[in-house]
Design a protein around this ligand. Structure first.
Ligand code: GLC
Length: 419
């Protein structure tokens, strides 16, 4: 089988009928941003299935506009924490937090590839608006977007959380049994210390009935994050384009863009000369250069401020972009978000660079990711030192970004051509 065929087979194999799981076993449900990447992968050969993926995700949207990070369509005891722990309050059993809102951007891309289904994009637009409004109402600290749980950023155990987590005493967490380490070796997963705090924050949210106003008052964890801030700003720009396309008023969207452009400055750490997280409770930057820092081009902010770090970080290991700066003392090249390379984040970063006049860098990242996947297959993430596959295998988003972007022989459209 060629890598292209293998990638299509992975999407097929992880398809549960209307939605795709990230990988069998380790992640048996629908995850928010994984699903949106999956939609782009399907778009390479099956537009119908592609739209359906996003539509299924929005079936789980809560009355307050939030789109959950996990939808528990069919209960599977091999995953913890499940719906009984989360106690989500939406139309489908779900978690109580969200994930990086890349959907607005991807819907715009799908529409560019498939104008014949414009009505489906138009029907998604008010739902996307409601989701963005939820962020701007509840997670907006002077235009920087905050999270109330690390899982919300999709970068579960990156060193940015070490500071805010050290201030948390994980009380009230009952005895639990992790299932992730039955699928993947412990060295490639978060530590117990992190897990205790993850569960403490889940319990806190569930005890608040996921009432955002209440949670904002009581949570010790409220951190402004580049993944959230940059993907939301970018997606909002794309919502504006969609709204114009469908002759809708853009006044509210314009206001959001102005607010978030200003808010991006709150993530700029002048001392470390990087975008990083900002702990709203402690009033402190993390000082960590991460792969999310390089989403600034994708968001269209900061000009070339991040270029010196990009050049440095990409020169340190053969495979890039590492999720944590290899020069940082917390760098661990095999442990999840503390070092490994994530192909899907590379795609977003390359896309941003290409759009902002750095075709050379976009090309380098594309080729490097191509070699990494061609040599090592469709792992969840990769060791930057040698590209060794790590975490789960047969991974949906790695297969999807291969088909949409990294493969030399597939990819549809204007979208891939501009990268
Ligand atoms: C992990 C990742 C997150 C992803 C999920 C499913 O929690 O950190 O980004 O969405 O797994 O793949």
């Amino acid at each position: 089988m060629t890598r292209d065929e293998e990638a299509r087979a992975i999407l097929r194999g992880n398809d549960r009928g209307g939605y795709t799981v990230p990988t069998d076993g380790l992640y048996p449900y629908q995850w928010n941003w994984d699903s949106v990447f999956a939609a782009l992968g399907f778009a390479e050969h099956d537009m119908e299935r592609s739209w359906q993926e996003i539509e299924t995700l929005f079936k789980g949207q809560w009355a307050n506009g939030m789109v959950p990070h996990i939808l528990f369509h069919k209960v599977d005891p091999s995953y913890f924490p499940g719906p009984d722990v989360w106690q989500g309050t939406g139309p489908i059993a779900s978690s109580g937090i969200s994930q990086p809102p890349i959907a607005g951007t991807f819907v715009r891309w799908l529409l560019e590839m498939d104008a014949g289904h414009a009505a489906r994009a138009e029907a998604l637009l008010p739902k996307l608006m409601d989701w963005h409004r939820w962020f701007m109402t509840w997670r907006n600290e002077s235009g920087a977007i905050v999270v109330t749980h690390p899982w919300e950023t999709g970068r579960d155990n990156c060193p940015d959380w070490d500071g805010p987590f050290a201030a948390i005493e994980p009380e009230g967490v009952e005895q639990y049994y992790r299932r992730d380490t039955t699928h993947v070796v412990e060295e490639e997963r978060p530590r117990r210390w992190d897990y205790d705090r993850y569960l403490h924050l889940v319990k806190l949210g569930a005890d608040c009935g996921w009432d955002e106003a209440h949670l904002r008052e009581v949570t010790p964890f409220r951190v402004a994050d580049p993944t959230m801030s940059f993907t939301l700003l970018r997606s909002t720009r794309d919502l504006k384009a969609l709204a114009e396309r469908f002759d809708k008023d853009t006044g509210e969207i314009d206001g959001w863009i102005v607010a978030m452009e200003a808010g991006a400055e709150r993530l700029w750490n002048e001392e470390a000369r990087t975008y990083d997280t900002y702990d709203e409770r402690a009033g402190r930057h993390s000082g960590v250069v991460s792969n999310a820092s390089f989403l600034s081009w994708y968001a269209g902010v900061g000009g070339d401020r991040m270029l010196p770090h990009l050049e440095r970080v990409c020169g340190m290991e053969p495979f890039f972009i590492p999720s944590t700066d290899p020069a940082h003392p917390a760098y661990e090249p095999k442990r999840y978000w503390r070092g490994p390379v994530w192909a899907m984040l590379n795609m977003l970063i390359a896309k941003g660079l290409a759009e902002q006049g750095h075709g050379d860098w976009a090309g380098k990242i594309t080729e490097n990711t191509r070699d990494m996947i061609a040599q090592n297959g469709f792992a969840e993430y990769f060791d930057p030192r040698d590209g060794a596959p790590a975490g789960g295998r047969n991974f949906t988003w790695t297969a999807a970004v291969w088909l949409a972007w990294a493969s030399p022989t597939t990819g549809r459209s204007t979208w891939a051509a501009s990268c």
